[in-house]
Ligand binder design. Structure first.
Ligand SMILES: C[S@@+](CC[C@H](N)C(=O)[O-])C[C@H]1O[C@@H](n2cnc3c(N)ncnc32)[C@H](O)[C@@H]1O
Length: 382
């Protein structure tokens, strides 16, 4: 298998990770706490969600009345179209329904809608979901689902991990409110970072960068370490975990309006780092390796870890850029030549190679050029 196919297959395996009810509940409560009518009168689309599996659909269907929703639409992707195939068995709920179709169950997606009390039990909940086969396979990028997207006010889901960039672009082009799960590393994607910088997207309120547990199709191969970690969190069996998942959203919540409590530069040097802040060799900024050591009184640009975004308040800080190769934000004060990159490698590792100095912030330590981890460039708000 070619390398890119191998990577796709690996990513596609993560496409079949299913979010836990508790994680959804915790996150959603944070938005309600900030704005109790956040979902009132809204049409919500969950475009990667078969209610048989999706706790997003179950959670929102169960809370339809409490949230004052107008309509819930949940669509699923055809089993035959999935890159990562697992044994598929239609549910009894589907096979006993008069509209069951042996071909369509594997070739077509399904649409589930909830608007009113159909069962006549006096409440609107998961029992009132109505379903039918879609014309196509339920690909979120198909005309059929795009029409549903355009009808919706909000898109809420955990999308396929391997299509995260495409999925974000798909939401943004329609200018919708959204809440989705992704990987912390996505922050640095060219398609994502500009949205974060301009405060058009931010991290959700809970669980960012902590272990998040996901269900996987029955009998899936699970990394033993991940299985054990999931078990320690109380999920035994077909569960795995990811350590760097997070929520991405443009719906407001209280956490992002709480400023970080910080020490002054002098206090940090005295009580924390015990050494002066380093200046980058290639940026007019200081290196701050821990969020807790962001000085409260530094007026210039600071390079901070991406985990900063979990603590970011737009009233306290401005995001001005990121240390990256292309210098998209015009902050580089130096671009290293190929020869300098080769020399830096030789100096540091004692053998031939190339140290990709232009990809990140660089500091001079003991006379050697040293790359630091991925950094976001921020400033205090005046
Ligand atoms: C990470 S799982 C999450 C499922 C569910 N949203 C949840 O959180 O439990 C992503 C789902 O999207 C489906 N999927 C993959 N590619 C898709 C596409 N192009 N359009 C729609 N759904 C897709 C996968 O088969 C999988 O069921």
């Amino acid at each position: 298998m070619a390398n890119s196919n191998l990577t796709n297959a690996k990513n596609a395996k993560n496409d079949e990770f299913y979010t836990q009810y508790h994680d959804i509940q915790k996150e959603i409560e944070a938005y309600l706490e900030f704005n109790p009518s956040v979902f009132k009168g809204k049409t919500i689309l969950m475009p990667c969600d078969d209610p048989e599996w999706s706790n997003f659909t179950k959670f929102f269907a169960q809370n339809f009345e409490r949230f004052g929703l107008k309509k819930l639409i949940s669509t699923s992707y055809a089993p035959d179209s999935k890159i990562h195939k697992s044994a598929y068995q239609p549910t009894l709920f589907e096979t006993t329904n008069p509209q069951f179709d042996e071909k369509k169950t594997v070739k077509n997606g399904k649409i589930f809608t909830l608007t009113s009390d159909k069962s006549g039990d006096g409440k609107i909940d998961v029992d009132d979901l109505e379903w039918q086969y879609l014309q196509g396979d339920g690909n979120f990028n198909s005309k059929e689902i795009i029409k549903l997207r355009d009808e919706a006010d909000m898109i809420i889901t955990n999308p396929p991990f391997s299509l995260f960039r495409e999925f974000v672009a798909w939401i943004i082009e329609a200018n919708k409110q959204f809440l989705i799960i992704g990987n912390m590393n996505a922050i640095t994607y060219k398609e994502v970072f500009p949205l974060i910088k301009e405060n058009e997207m931010w991290l959700g309120a809970t669980g960012n960068g902590n272990d998040m547990v996901f269900a996987v199709p029955k009998g899936s191969e699970i990394n033993e370490n991940d299985r054990q970690k999931a078990a320690r969190l109380g999920y035994v069996g077909d569960f795995t975990r990811l350590g760097n998942s997070c929520w991405f959203t443009n719906i407001d919540h209280g956490r992002r309006h709480k400023p970080l409590e910080l020490m002054t530069k002098e206090e940090i040097v005295k009580y924390g780092t015990k050494k002066e802040f380093e200046k980058y060799d290639n940026y007019d900024a200081i290196e701050v390796s821990f969020v807790k050591f962001i000085p409260s009184d530094y007026e210039g640009v600071m390079g901070v870890p991406i985990s900063f975004l979990d603590k970011y308040s737009p009233e306290q800080f401005e995001i001005v850029g990121m240390c990256e190769n292309e210098d998209l934000y015009n902050f580089k004060t130096k671009v290293y030549t190929t020869d300098e990159c080769k020399q830096a490698y030789l100096d540091k590792f004692g053998k031939k190679g190339t140290y990709d100095l232009n990809a990140s912030g660089v500091v001079l330590r003991d006379g050697l050029l040293e790359k630091v981890y991925q950094r976001i460039l921020i400033k205090h708000k005046k």
